[in-house]
Design a protein around this ligand. Structure first.
Ligand code: CDP
Ligand code: MG
Length: 674
């Protein structure tokens, strides 16, 4: 056996030994029996017990031909598919693969696919009974993400229409089981509880509430590294990319300073040199969040094998859907980014809010998977006691425009009657219908128009789809496709606070006086004009995020292909060209308004910004190229791509729009002179 084969066989053996220890592996008999005897199986088991990796494989071994497993997050879908392929020694995309938006790693051979909930919903638009599958796993049901809840409704409908030829497994770490039982009460249902195996975790609280959890998390991380026993990696829960990146920077900087201080001290007190050198292990910091590239995500999951201490800074992605080996210390900031519309009428926002007790327990549990662990909560015990017991189902607090369009495209005539675990307020659906009607997606309150059907064809938000469709009649679809792609990626223009001024100087040649949309488009088009081999260097020189631009490029290629199919399917849609005499930029502006006019903001005489439809005063997000670029007497209108709420409501990715665009492309919603 050559050396490489030997290593590979050793790795397989090592993995196999791990698999054999998993509680889910030992539960295979009872799992297959439950699957045999019922239509729906509920599986409850601690995170890390092997649900996601083992049960779908067992079903594959038992002869199921076409299996799909949903995940709320794309990172999890990708990493689990990779893991299962490694376990079986298969190439990714052969018998087992994954599909996430704009990234399909499957082939005609694929029998087991890991997908995001969103992907399954899109498949259901074309195939409402999900006939392609004989077994559907719905994973992480406890998270109650909007799309998981809708998927539960969709599979219930499919089960009813396909009696006998479809089985469904619902898996979660914790759940109000009675709720699921009664939701599926018309079917044969069984419950399988997997024994967990967790080591004890000591919980520590702060004595008083903290002003700044980010600073506290950084200090706690360094303190653990210096004072707590080695080995044992650290997992820090924060709320989002920006926070994670700045904490990572702070930890690295302070650790370097500390190390050089220590080195200096050691040189001064020569005798202690070797002693200190032995005790201070290297500390490596890894971010982990959804928008990270698969390679960077893999790096965060790689075991540290006692050679250094790893600190992973993660969003709630690491709560249940991803297991990081080697974690012994958890730092929990007590917050996560959550959807919120309730007190804001119909403005969909992501807001940093306190987590639930169930989530806090999950976070702590991550420290006790391999050894007894410690969890440092950056809040007081009495604050913990005040947290809600379970997360609020997203379906109750989300904007339902997108899912309403999808449900109607699946043939659900009245979304208000669609069966869901928790019923959203009637007004939420009514609002969604109103929005769809105003952007031309509905013929009547229960029927999609041709435009509505066409909108559901694209894996984009209804607003972006609408803008893209408009570009056909304005003769600017190629640039609109590029714009849709760059708007579907994040942080193209993200730089650290310190280098922002230099970066803005370099970006000057891209910056459009209209705002972020055209600036991003300009950046993306320039990027595409650079030969592939020079792109990384070019991005570095221009302070641009190469990873984001490369992602945008891949989205652009796929979207263009879809667009090509679309034109084959609806050949008559591109015959007219309006406003030919105008510049392409103006025509693109019109397209964006036709999708996003409900997200119009008025620049007030008092120099404040007000959303037009649900009156709210907002600020321009500091990341916008128009931040602080408004003259004091400026009036007019903006549209925004996103509303986010940190300390106050901010609009992010914004564009100045002309009044006539709003009048001509804003449905019947505008009479601006009043
Ligand atoms: O779904 P559940 O949380 O029950 O567990 P799982 O995701 O199936 O993971 C089972 C085990 O596989 C974990 O305990 C990890 O040790 C390992 N695993 C891994 O090493 N790499 C992954 N990407 C996923 C799982
Ligand atoms: Mg899992």
């Amino acid at each position: 056996m050559d050396k490489r084969n030997k290593t590979r066989s050793y790795q397989r053996q090592h993995i196999w030994n791990q698999v054999k220890k998993l509680p889910a592996y030992h539960a295979r008999k009872s799992f297959l029996q439950a699957l045999e005897s019922s239509d729906v199986v509920l599986v409850l088991g601690e995170t890390g017990c092997g649900k996601t990796t083992q049960f779908p494989q067992q079903a594959l071994n038992a002869g199921y031909r076409s299996i799909v497993t949903t995940q709320p997050r794309r990172v999890a879908a990708i990493s689990v598919a990779e893991r299962v392929c490694t376990e079986r020694g298969l190439a990714l995309g052969s018998q087992i693969g994954y599909v996430v938006r704009f990234d399909d790693m499957t082939s005609s051979e694929t029998k087991l696919r890991y997908v995001t909930d969103g992907v399954l919903l899109r498949e259901a638009v074309l195939d409402p009974k999900l006939l392609k599958y004989d077994l559907i796993f719905i994973d992480e049901a406890h998270e109650r993400s909007l799309q998981t809840d809708i998927v539960l409704g969709v599979v219930k409908r499919a089960l009813r229409n396909r009696r006998g030829s479809l089985k469904v497994v619902i898996m979660s770490a914790f759940f109000e089981t009675d709720k699921l039982r009664s939701f599926f009460s018309t079917f044969d249902i069984s419950l399988l509880e997997i024994e967990g195996r967790l080591y004890p975790v000591d919980i520590f609280y702060t004595k008083t509430p903290l002003e700044d959890y980010l600073e506290a998390a950084v200090v706690a991380c360094l303190q653990i590294h210096v004072e707590e026993s080695f080995p044992g990696d650290i997992l820090i829960f924060l709320t989002g990319q920006e926070e994670i990146e700045s904490a990572a920077r702070m930890i690295r900087e302070r650790f370097e300073n500390y190390q050089s201080l220590l080195d200096k001290k050691c040189r001064e007190e020569d005798t202690k040199f070797s002693e200190n050198k032995d005790t201070l292990y290297p500390l490596r910091v890894y971010p982990l969040f959804a928008a990270l590239s698969p390679d960077a995500q893999r790096a965060a999951l790689k075991p540290s094998r006692n050679q250094y201490r790893k600190a992973v800074l993660a969003t709630n992605i690491a709560e249940t859907s991803i297991t990081i080996p080697g974690i012994r210390y958890v730092i929990d900031c007590g917050f996560s980014k959550q959807r919120l519309v309730s007190n804001l009428k119909n403005l969909d926002t992501l807001r940093v809010s306190p987590i639930s007790q169930a989530q806090a327990l999950q976070r702590a549990g991550r420290a006790g998977r391999e050894y007894p662990g410690k969890c440092f909560r950056l809040y007081t015990k009495s604050d913990f006691e005040k947290l809600p017991s379970h997360p609020v189902p997203e379906v109750l607090v989300s904007d339902l425009v997108s899912v309403t369009l999808q449900l109607m495209a699946m043939g659900v005539d009245n979304p208000l009657e669609f069966e869901l675990l928790d019923k959203p307020r009637t007004e939420s659906f009514q609002h969604a219908l109103e929005v769809l009607l105003s952007i031309g997606a509905l013929e009547s309150s229960i029927k999609l128009s041709m435009i509505g059907k066409q909108m559901a064809f694209f894996p984009l938000t209804p607003m972006l789809s609408r803008s893209l469709l408009e570009s056909l009649t304005l003769g600017c679809s190629s640039s609109m496709l590029a714009l849709c792609s760059i708007l579907s990626t994040e942080s193209v223009l993200q730089v650290s606070f310190q280098s922002r001024d230099t970066a803005i100087h370099v970006w000057n040649k891209f910056i459009s006086s209209f705002g972020d949309h055209f600036t991003l488009l300009q950046v993306f088009q320039s990027y595409l004009s650079i030969p592939e081999c020079d792109r990384i260097k070019w991005c570095k020189e221009h302070h641009l995020n190469y990873r984001s631009l490369a992602t945008a490029d891949s989205i652009y290629q796929q979207l263009s292909q879809l667009f090509y199919y679309f034109q084959q399917k609806y050949p008559s849609s591109s015959l007219i060209t309006r406003f030919e005499e105008e510049s392409e930029q103006d025509r693109l502006g019109r397209c964006l308004v036709s999708g996003f006019f409900r997200q119009t903001v008025r620049i007030g005489k008092d120099h404040h910004f007000y959303t037009l439809f649900e009156p709210l005063q907002v600020d321009i997000h500091p990341s916008s190229v128009l931040h602080r670029r408004f003259s004091s007497n400026e009036e007019g209108y903006l549209i925004y791509h996103e509303l986010i709420w940190t300390s106050k409501p901010y609009i992010r990715t914004i564009m100045k729009v002309k009044e006539e665009w709003l009048l001509q492309h804003g449905g019947n919603c505008f009479r601006l002179e009043s």
